[in-house]
Design a binder for this molecule. Structure first.
Ligand SMILES: [Zn+2]
Length: 280
């Protein structure tokens, strides 16, 4: 459990190897209603410490709110109510300059590796064991390349940080730097499980099933499938009411019948219960 007090991680209420080490590289306060987005990055640095030092260096003109090391160690560089400089020229959902809307998390990782006769190496000449290498093309295009794997400890901490942030700020989106600056940026890259983290953080936790009964007394839900048909009656053969609902659409639940839920999204209709989550 990670707790946030006064826009900083509370070291006394968090079981983390944590430190607060402020970077001068930030601007003023977020506007009301933001931050609403989490942006994932890899550091591309030699070590965790060298990356943290760089992000604190005024010459870098770059920072992030958090840096997560490979052993799960965490440093916070900028308070969560202030704008850090991690996204650069970026666009998402019709907005540009994502620094103004987002919390940036840098995750210690060497990024793209180069192959030599005896194995894979980082830009800084450090050899990476084969079991720490992910071979994959980038989702934005290009050939298959070698990427350093993220560590399980690091990923568990990233997930906990995202959960703490979503509990404290109006977060409704989680993206990679490579989503908001495609072509220019490759991080966090194909070794990072961005889709599963995104759905876990935005659309419900793993233990959701256990809490389903509890939540059915609540009457709001959210679409988890990419597209979900809204039908006139609770049957796969029933005609649709309108174009499919998009992932993230929120609705009122009017009625539950077996595998079907009757919802109100201004229009009324039935959706498959498998593709929604309840929310508080
Ligand atoms: Zn980045």
């Amino acid at each position: 459990m990670i707790s946030i007090t006064n826009h900083r991680i509370d070291p006394t209420a968090s079981e983390l190897k944590f430190s607060y080490d402020e970077s001068p590289n930030h601007s003023g306060l977020f506007r009301t209603g933001t931050p609403d987005t989490l942006v994932m990055h890899f550091t591309l640095g030699d070590t965790y410490t060298s990356s943290v030092n760089w992000l604190k260096n005024p010459n870098a003109k770059a920072s992030a709110h958090l840096v997560v090391g490979r052993k799960g160690e965490v440093v916070q560089l900028v308070p969560f109510n202030q704008i850090a400089w991690h996204a650069g020229a970026s666009q998402w959902n019709g907005r540009s300059g994502l620094n103004n809307y987002s919390i940036g998390i840098e995750i210690a990782n060497a990024g793209i590796l180069s192959k030599r006769s005896d194995g894979y190496y980082t830009t800084f000449g450090k050899r990476i064991d084969n079991d720490q290498v992910v071979l994959a093309p980038h989702k934005n295009g290009g050939p298959e390349r070698a990427w350093e794997a993220y560590t399980p400890t690091q990923m568990a901490v990233v997930e906990q940080l995202c959960e703490a942030l979503i509990a404290n700020y109006p977060i409704s989106e989680l993206v990679g730097h490579d989503d908001i600056a495609p072509g220019r940026k490759f991080d966090p890259g194909p070794a990072f499980p961005i889709e599963s983290l995104r759905s876990k953080i935005l659309f419900g936790r793993k233990d959701e099933e256990e809490r389903t009964l509890d939540r059915e007394s609540r009457n709001k839900g959210i679409v988890t499938a990419e597209l979900l048909n809204l039908r006139q009656s609770p049957s796969l053969n029933a005609p649709t009411v309108t174009e499919p609902l998009r992932q993230g659409t929120r609705f009122e639940i009017l009625k539950i019948e077996g595998d079907w839920v009757k919802v109100d999204v201004c229009l009324e209709g039935w959706v498959s219960r498998k593709h929604i989550k309840y929310f508080e």
